[in-house]
Design a protein around this ligand. Structure first.
Ligand SMILES: *Cc1c(COP(=O)(O)O)cnc(C)c1O
Length: 493
């Protein structure tokens, strides 16, 4: 990249008096300025950058080239399902009929938009084996909170107010205990067995009449299918609690098995993971929440319903837990998910899940001679390595051993996004890999080759890894300093 632009802020490119336009002098008096009290007027000019149009274009284009996205390369970020976002979804979401809608518009003019919403609710209900869905929550974590509020409402309506605790496995995603805490529930942790699944014997003594429910992820955050869910669901139901399914990992189960059939009562789905809408950088996302029969009334307002005559209405339901977002959540994300569902079709939805499992197992098997695999056997859509094997520099007893961070940084030199590292917390050197179904075998093979090369480099040239990355715009950043002393502004002279 050209030195003139490289690594500079737009303020540093600014030259006094330089502009990207030229207009004739205004002949109108500036009335609005005259009307403002002088105490409110700025004393000095704002100090906005002054650049020509070409400099502005190059600045932003170069900055975007420093970004890594699923559209630029392989992004095996475990627990995030960074699958390709088909561009047809974008085209559909950009249709004027959707983008020009006003949420307060009369129902008589929005029948198509409501029908789409209702169709997605219905399709998700079918995929999940549940009775009804709301699409109002904004993200996975927001869906968890909404789902837990449904559970709380259910107990409240039965006059059962003593259920203040929720059971969460030690392998859970961090959002689970966080959402439960926001919902005012006390978290009770249940341990995992050596094979990475929930320990039923550890669970039994925790169950009682103070338990509101249990949250589970399946496959769990280690990518392992929880085989004992029917038994766990029976135990939790017997003590009066409900089962919550964190559906962020629904991808490998798509069209193969359904949370509702396993005994879950409430769940959320991440449209921005499983249903291929873009994510990263904080949104916009969508975390629909589904419930089994008997809990539909508690879903948040507003609700979209189909009338007997085939028309669609917005309903404000008195039994509802209230609103979790103004109006209909992130509507355009729902449009994208609908486009994705329709393009795959009923026949191909199950293929997505199966291919994601095949791809993950293929990488795991090809690399387990090089990286430690703490839990062997079939995984689902993702798996966890515990750093490099001893013979490739990963020996923990050796003070200068090559860490997961070193491997992740070296991967950047080869043009790949790093996997999720140091999560889940169950292993010291966790490296969580999720390829998704949308990658070709060629890409998977290239990634496998690079991961093998890095292992050999770690064995033969440790320094190369310790000082990686070598080819990125910035080298190793001080993460702790970045968090503790973040700089969000440019100090102007
Ligand atoms: C991503 C994820 C979440 C949280 O979803 P957000 O949309 O990021 O809030 C929850 N649980 C699991 C297992 C996840 O992978």
């Amino acid at each position: 990249m050209n030195k003139t632009y490289y690594g500079k802020l737009i303020f540093e490119l600014s030259k006094p008096g330089r502009t990207g336009y030229s207009l004739p002098e205004s002949t109108m008096r500036n009335h609005s300025m005259d009307e403002l009290p002088s105490a409110l007027l700025r004393e000095k000019p704002l100090g906005l950058p002054e650049v020509d149009e070409l400099t502005a274009v190059r600045h932003y284009t170069n900055m975007s080239n420093n970004n890594f996205g699923v559209d630029t390369g392989f992004y095996p970020l475990g627990s995030c399902t960074m699958k390709y976002n088909p561009k047809i979804n974008e085209e559909m979401a950009a249709l004027k009929g959707f983008t020009n809608l006003h949420p307060a518009q009369c129902e008589c003019t929005t029948q198509g938009a409501l029908e789409l919403y209702w169709e997605v609710q219905r399709t998700l209900s079918e995929i999940a084996g549940l009775s009804a869905f709301t699409l109002n929550p904004y993200a996975g974590a927001h869906g968890e909170l909404t789902g837990l509020m449904v559970i709380r409402k259910y107990h409240e309506m039965r006059g059962d107010t003593g259920r203040t605790k929720i059971i969460v496995p030690d392998s859970a995603h961090g959002t689970n205990p966080a959402s439960a805490a926001v919902c005012g529930l006390q978290i009770v942790q249940v341990k995992s067995t050596a094979d990475g699944t929930v320990d039923v014997e550890d669970l039994k003594p925790l169950l009682g009449d103070d338990i509101a429910g249990m949250m589970m992820t399946n496959p769990n955050t280690l990518g392992i299918f929880e085989k004992k869910i029917p038994e766990i669901a029976r135990l939790v139901h017997e003590c009066g609690g409900l089962m919550y399914y964190d559906g962020a990992n629904l991808n490998p189960m798509l069209g193969v098995c359904r949370p509702g059939d396993m005994g879950f009562d409430v769940m959320h789905i991440n449209l921005h993971k499983t249903f291929s809408t873009p994510h990263g950088g904080g949104g916009p996302g969508s975390g629909p929440v589904g419930v089994r029969a008997g809990l539909e009334e508690y879903l948040p307002n507003p609700q979209v319903v189909k009338n007997a005559d085939g028309s669609f209405s917005i309903r404000m339901n008195e039994q509802s837990l209230g609103a979790v977002s103004p109006l209909f959540g992130n509507y355009a994300v729902v449009v994208r998910a609908y486009a994705y569902l329709l393009s795959l079709g009923k026949e191909n939805v199950p293929l997505a899940g199966k291919l994601s499992v095949l791809n993950a197992n293929y990488i795991k098997e090809c690399l387990k001679e090089y990286y430690k695999l703490p839990i062997d056997g079939l995984c689902k859509h993702e798996f966890v390595f515990d750093g490099l094997r001893e013979e490739y520099g990963g020996d923990h007893h050796d003070a200068g051993h090559v860490t997961t961070l070193d491997v992740a940084k070296r991967l950047l030199d080869y043009g790949f996004h790093a996997p999720t590292i140091y999560f889940p917390l169950l292993f010291h050197e966790a490296m969580m890999i999720e390829p998704t179904e949308t990658e070709s075998k060629d890409t998977l093979d290239e990634f496998i080759e690079v991961m093998k090369t890095i292992a050999i480099e770690a064995r033969d040239n440790r320094e190369l890894l310790k000082t990686a990355p070598h080819s990125t715009p910035v080298r190793r950043l001080d993460d702790v300093k970045a968090v503790k002393e973040p700089k969000f502004t440019f100090a102007m002279l």
